[in-house]
Design a protein around this ligand. Structure first.
Ligand code: AMP
Ligand code: MG
Length: 424
């Protein structure tokens, strides 16, 4: 007799996972060149001012503003240039009355100077082997000086723990001398594809067989969320082989994702394997399309994600359930796909008994987000995944949707959301 399963709402399924996820992972140090896209394992705090000294933002002359008090285009004042400094060198002299120092962008403001006048605003003259500048305008104290600490003040907390490192973060890390950067370790996520019909990616097609596309897709999804995929191959639908391999693999990984074999068919062994492993099953049926058979279990504190073998269902199952479990380890709060509202650009007449996640494409038209499904909306389809940049999230219990309606979309390449429901 076929086992009867009770579907739970998607929200409950996600919450069951979120109740058990670890909210912080281990920390490791990586070279600054390697840290892009990782998550900061410590807050970033300034241990000096930026800039660390008053400096010139232009090429010009550092001078004393009071020496220019009487300057005008009719009566320029003449000031002696006593030294020249470029960025990285510090003037030897201190300015006295009617003295200036030629200064290049980035150089430290010399002692005694309180302003800089740009090169192009003065006339240089030579007399008796000395250089002078003629200044035709009054310069105010503080003009053209980049003040110490104007960018960042010493002791300021600049970035929180869990910040995803972007190009600007890398610049800040370098500014503060982080040759090695503390980041959250990438959890190792094991992948096992099950199915006697599966061929390896480099094998020629044979009757009745298909290539294992899910394994590679999942590996890519794992990489995209910042974890480390570890592929344990594909298995034929044989209970004992699958049981042994899954048991052994679980000991070697932080999280295990399998595809296939979670349904109620004769060769769907995963439910029996979870039972034999004495894993706690969080759910084995969700009120959603595709991926209603997605099963999630926990054994010794480790998640076992049993995703459907149907490629589109497998993809959606990963994004909804595996993604937040991994991202939570990095102490980031945007663990879910980014949820936005968009205008539906095509009728979607299919009745919707369950919440539906449709591979779709969003674009911006006249400043508004619009969305339309892409490809064939069947869970066994692989091509639509490649064309999608979003999942259209259509609530269950409806008779279909019409063009022009406002709908929820989950962006596949967004910054993420803290929640898929209610307030963000
Ligand atoms: P299953 O979830 O095992 O019942 O498989 C559902 C459908 O997905 C079947 O048509 C399988 O052939 C297909 N399938 C299973 N595993 C994979 C895979 N790794 N890559 C691509 N298709 C798969
Ligand atoms: Mg199968």
């Amino acid at each position: 007799m076929v086992e009867r399963r009770t579907p739970i709402p998607v929200k409950d399924a996600v919450n069951k996972i979120m109740d058990l996820v670890k909210r912080s992972g281990e920390i490791e140090y990586v070279a600054i060149e390697e840290c892009l896209g990782r998550y900061l394992g410590q807050p970033l705090k300034a241990d000096h001012d930026v800039p660390p000294f008053n400096r010139s933002p232009y090429d010009g002359f550092a001078l004393r503003s009071e020496d220019t008090k009487a300057a005008s285009s009719e009566q320029p004042v003449t000031i002696e240039v006593i030294e020249e400094i470029g960025a990285g060198t510090v003037a030897i002299a201190s300015l006295k009355q009617n003295q200036a120092i030629r200064i290049m962008t980035g150089a430290q403001i010399p002692n005694g100077a309180d302003a800089v006048i740009m090169l192009e605003l003065v006339k240089e003259v030579q007399k008796d082997e000395k250089t002078y500048i003629q200044v035709k305008r009054k310069v105010a104290a503080g003009d053209n000086i980049s003040r110490q600490g104007e960018d960042v003040q010493n002791s300021a907390v600049l970035l929180d723990k869990g910040t995803k490192i972007n190009e600007g973060t890398v610049a800040l890390l370098a500014t503060f001398g982080y040759a090695k950067v503390p980041v959250f370790k990438k959890p190792v996520v094991g992948i096992i594809a099950t199915g006697s019909e599966l061929l390896e990616v480099d094998q020629a097609l044979e009757p009745g067989k298909i290539r294992n596309s899910n394994g590679y897709m999942i590996a890519a999804q794992i990489q995209k969320v910042g974890a480390e995929p570890k592929f344990f191959g594909k298995l034929a639908d044989d209970f004992d082989t699958c049981y042994q391999k899954i048991k052994q693999t679980l000991a070697e990984v932080d999280v295990l994702v399998t595809t296939g074999g979670v349904s109620v068919g004769d060769f769907d062994h995963l439910p029996g394997i979870y039972k034999k492993l004495e894993a706690e099953i969080l759910f084995n049926k969700i009120a959603m399309r595709p991926g209603s058979v997605t099963t999630v279990a926990v054994k010794d504190g480790k998640f076992l994600f049993g995703l459907s073998g149907n490629p589109s269902a497998c993809f959606v199952g990963f994004e909804l359930f595996v993604r937040p479990a991994i991202l939570s380890l990095f102490e980031t709060d945007r663990v879910h796909l980014q949820k936005e509202q968009a205008i539906l650009d095509k009728d979607f007449p299919k009745p919707n008994p369950f919440t539906r996640f449709v591979r779709s494409k969003v674009s911006i038209e006249k400043g508004k987000l619009v969305v339309a499904p892409v490809g064939l909306d069947k869970s066994g389809v692989v091509s639509s995944i490649a064309y999608a940049n979003a999942l259209l999230m259509l609530p269950g219990g409806t008779r279909g949707f019409e063009r022009g309606m406002e709908v929820d979309v989950l962006l596949l390449n967004g910054e993420g959301s803290a929640s898929l429901w209610g307030e963000q």
